[in-house]
Design a protein around this ligand. Structure first.
Ligand SMILES: [Cu+2]
Length: 168
């Protein structure tokens, strides 16, 4: 008899606690989801999960190159990421994504746009953080673009563009 009163009261406390934390800090909810390592939302058939928010201060960068460098081909490229985790493509998890290299094909990809898969848009969906590419002599524009598990761009904030010159 007493239990019947206690349980609903307990549930109400739980629900209101969830709501207040969800309203107060969206990021906290995202972090919780990520730490589970699985999708708690967006189960198959329920539609596509939303593009996660970019963590505060996250960025990508060329770890071994800077703008204007004179280099030789083949060129080794080390892809850096900070305040965001590099992992394999597939699941959509907040604070996680993988690198893409765009070669002589423009700057960042608009937020939410799926990055094309072709010879000038290279995906590193197995969580690679380095690669080697062959480039003809002359100037080349290289863009790193980070994207979520479904290859949807995290936008200009998660991109970095440099120009290198390959010597003959
Ligand atoms: Cu991709």
């Amino acid at each position: 008899m007493k239990k019947k009163i206690i349980i609903p009261a307990f549930l109400i406390v739980l629900v209101s606690a969830c709501n207040s934390s969800g309203d107060k800090e969206k990021k906290e909810t995202d972090t919780t989801t990520a730490s589970h390592g699985h999708m708690d939302h967006g189960t198959p058939g329920e539609g596509v999960p939303a593009l996660p928010a970019v963590p505060e201060g996250a960025k990508v960068f060329f770890a071994n190159l800077k703008d204007g460098d004179v280099v030789s081909s083949p060129l080794k490229i080390e892809m850096g990421a900070s305040s965001i985790k590099v992992d394999t493509a597939g699941p959509v998890i907040a604070g996680v994504g993988h690198h893409h290299l765009i070669i002589d094909a423009g700057d960042s990809i608009p937020t939410g746009t799926i990055i094309p898969m072709d010879s000038v848009h290279k995906h590193f969906g197995r969580a690679q953080t380095q690669t080697e590419i062959a480039l003809a002599p002359g100037k080349h524009k290289l863009t790193l673009q980070f994207a979520d598990g479904l290859h949807r761009s995290y936008g200009a904030i998660m991109a970095n563009t440099i120009t290198v010159e390959v010597k003959k």
